[in-house]
Every structure is written in C-alpha cells, then in structure tokens.
Design a protein. Sequence first.
Length: 436
Amino acid sequence: MVPRYARPQMSAIWEAEARYRIWFEIEAHATTKLGQLGVVPESAGKALWDWWETNPAIDVEAIDAIEAVTKHDVIAFLTWVSEQVGEEARFMHQGMTSSDVLDTTLAIQLARASDILLEDLDLLLAALKKRAEEHKYTPTIGRSHGIHAEPVTFGLKLAQAHAEFRRCRQRLVNARAEIATCAISGAVGTFANINPAVEAHVAERLGLAVEPVSTQVIPRDRHAMYFATLAVIAGSIERLAVEIRHLQRTEVLEAEEYFSPGQKGSSAMPHKRNPILTENLTGQARMIRAYALPALENVALWHERDISHSSVERFIGPDATITLDFALARLTGVVDKLLVYPERMQANLDRMGGLVHSQRVLLALTQAGVSREDAYAIVQRNAMKVWESDGRLSLLQLLKDDPQVTAALSDKELEEKFDLEYHFREVDTIFKRVFG
C-alpha cells in the first residue's frame, strides 16, 4: 500500500490493531457458544467479554514480540490475550484452527471494504448522472477507430459510463455476498472437535453466511471472483479515464480536467495543462487488475490447504481495495469538476465538411431507387474529396453538384439529410433506459 494513494477509512480496515480486534471477536463469540453448549465453562466467554468492555488498546508491538519467538501470528495473539485476561483464557480456540480465524477475518475485512467501495460507486454514479443531464443535448462527434463517425451528445457518453458503473456496482454487491462467509470448522473442515453450532453463532454475530463446506480454509474461488470484480471495475475506470485523456488532447480539447489556481503542468514548459489525474487513474487500474491474477492462482491449493495463498492475500487484500477506493474517489472528483467545451465540440463536429452525415445520404439514395452498391460508391467518391481537402470542401455542396445524386434527390431533400438534430431524436429514450 502506497500512502500517496490511500484514504484513511479504507486503510483503517487493514491496520494490525483492527485485524486483531476482529480476531478477538471471533474467539470470544466462539468461546461464548462453546460455553452455552457445555464444552467449556460459561465463565470463560464472560471473562473475555468483561475484559473487552474495558476497551483495551491492542498492544501490537507486544504481540509482534511474541510472534518473533513463536513464528506464528495466531498463537502470538492468543498468548497475549491470555496474559491480559488470565486463567479463563485457556478455553479460547477450543477445536479451532488458525485458518478459522484468519479466513473469517479476511471475509469481514473484504465485506467492510466492499461497503466503502459501494459508497464510492454511489458518489460516482451521482456525479455522472448530474453531468449527463447537464449535457444531455450537447452535440459532439462520435468516433470509431479514433476517426469521426456520426454525431452523439456528450450526455450520452456520460450516460454510457453511468450504465457501466451501475453494472459494476451490482457485480460488487454480488461479490460481497459471495466473499462474506464464515468458517469455524476445525483442522480439515470436518467439525471433528467443534460443533457446527459454533460456526453458525459466530457467523450470525458478525453478519456473515456460513461456508457450506470448507477444508482447512474457505475455498479460494470466492476470493478469485472478488478480486476479478475489482479488476473489472478498474477496467471501467480506465475506460472513462482514457476517454477524458483523449478529449483533453490539444488538437481535440473538447473537455479537460479542472486546472486549479497555482497548479503547474510541467517543470520545463509553463504552458502545459496535463491530464495527470486520469493518467494516474490508468496506472492505478493496471495495478488493480494485476491483483486478480494471483487471486486466480490461489484457487488451486494443495489438498485441504497449503500456505501459498497466505502471503499473496496479505498484499492484494489491502492493496486492491485501498487503491480502488482512491481511484473511485479521484474519478468522481474528475467528473464533478470536468471542464466541458461545447463550442469546441461543435467546431470539431463541423470540421470535416459534413462527412458525418454520409450514412443518411447513402440511405436516402437507396430509398430513392439507387442500388446500395452504386449509392455507396457515389457518396464515398464525394466524401473522399472532402477528406482529401481536410474538410475545406463541403459534402453537401459536392452532392448538389453531382448529377447522379440530383437525379435521385432534390436540394431540399439533401439538405434535410444534414440536419444535426435528427441524430438526437432518441436521446431521451436512451436516458430513460439508463436513468429510469
């Protein structure tokens, strides 16, 4: 985790003290249920909770010092708690294995991280909706292969992004539900030394579902799907970031990131206004996507468990969620403050002498009785003249001067095919689909 790209609320989930607090709750809830089942004295659970209610600080350094000797983090934690609580603490961890604690804790951390990410997505969706409504009918050029295609509106671009991130949100809701499972099932998942009722109790208290069948660990296909979902969200972030980066290019300049007073774009060139935020988002998206691959490779553990996944998850759990949280917040700020230049959009749209209306002319000629092959050749022949003139010639005028065209279409009929508003007749239909 790089502090430069971290926000406090998400980072706090992954701090050592927060992790140890979850460990304690799992152990205390399990001990309480064991007491109710008569496996251990009921006083054991009470002793743990009585100590906990004093709101003790977790001495991370002391636990680390014990681990330096034991070389085992869960044993070090249990040893430290026993030193604080006293004799009753010996009943902790009855019939449990370390992974019961570690895996259930990771599930809680990822669920809590998901809740923050869902809030982030809600803020981004709100910003996209606001700006989409603002530019619902702002004309701009649509591009395919980076080349002028047909007119769209800038609002439609943002509506598309809104629909995409709404899908991302639903995927994350599903991934959260899939990852939020509890396993308190013992050394190989058979409940040989612990009653399944303990698992059910811990799950209920911590807001988790029960893992239907575990080994020593919760199956890692759940984690693979979770981190793959984060990777897809990162891909959507980059898609919008790249669009904004392109629109900010000097020769395009239809929109640009907000440039604050006192901001500097280059140490060498005072004139520069660079798209640094969206470029940064592209880089962050690459990192988030990179975390999906090791999560997929973690699925194939040996038999009931090996430890090859453990170090991986200590990296990717914090890094993927912290980075995505930062990226979503940054993208929301970019969208909210995005500078939009409708006049430049119109100028770019008009730049190529009306070529953007070529399909309408093609269709009109076919409807007037010209074969599609001939119609295409006629329109393309004139369009290439405009292309080669770099937009200085007018497609409409060239068509009016072409006898093959005028034999089929009047000047008035041709002019109707160059009506910009025609392309926006269904904008409202699309907006209703996206926003309801």
